[in-house]
Design a protein around this ligand. Sequence first.
Ligand SMILES: C[S@@+](CC[C@H](N)C(=O)[O-])C[C@H]1O[C@@H](n2cnc3c(N)ncnc32)[C@H](O)[C@@H]1O
Length: 170
Amino acid sequence: MNNSAKNIYKEEKRKKIKQELDIKRLPCAVGISESKFFENVGGIIRTINAFLLQEIVLDEKVYNKYACAGADKWENIIIQKDIISYFKKNNYTLIALEQHEKSIPLWDFKFPLKSAIIMGHEVQGMTDEMLNQCDFTIEIPQYGLVESLNVSTATSIALYEYSRQHRACL
Ligand SMILES: C[S@@+](CC[C@H](N)C(=O)[O-])C[C@H]1O[C@@H](n2cnc3c(N)ncnc32)[C@H](O)[C@@H]1O
């Protein structure tokens, strides 16, 4: 088999595996429009693969293939300038994961099945404009001296909880 035939075979195999994964996906998504470190977005894509979510929606400036350690080839990565409009058009309930005075503690929150979880920037957090467009704001309670979690860590905790609530119901 020459190299081009090998590549076609590999791509066919990848598509087949991905189709099998697609059947088991939960109807949940993550959205990121601002990020300082590609490694954090790469870590989030790996977590999305672990919990098998529907998709991740990113502004093109936050996505770097090489920071994903290969996890991106199994995932539905949608590149969109306006992530909020994308989620609204696709009938997701928008959930800002952010520390805010109006936030609901994560353990009091029942995730709607079709949830889009929106993450903030590592330094600035989420803009008020974005927060105001979300249906809910939720936060992970913290008790130590460090004021916030790494964005990838925060996403993992929220997705674990979403998955705990919904995976068992499928
Ligand atoms: C490092 S934090 C941003 C901190 C930023 N300096 C601020 O004051 O908003 C990056 C992102 O991770 C998420 N995050 C971190 N800790 C969180 C928590 N305890 N609850 C909810 N979201 C959290 C939020 O999306 C936040 O915008």
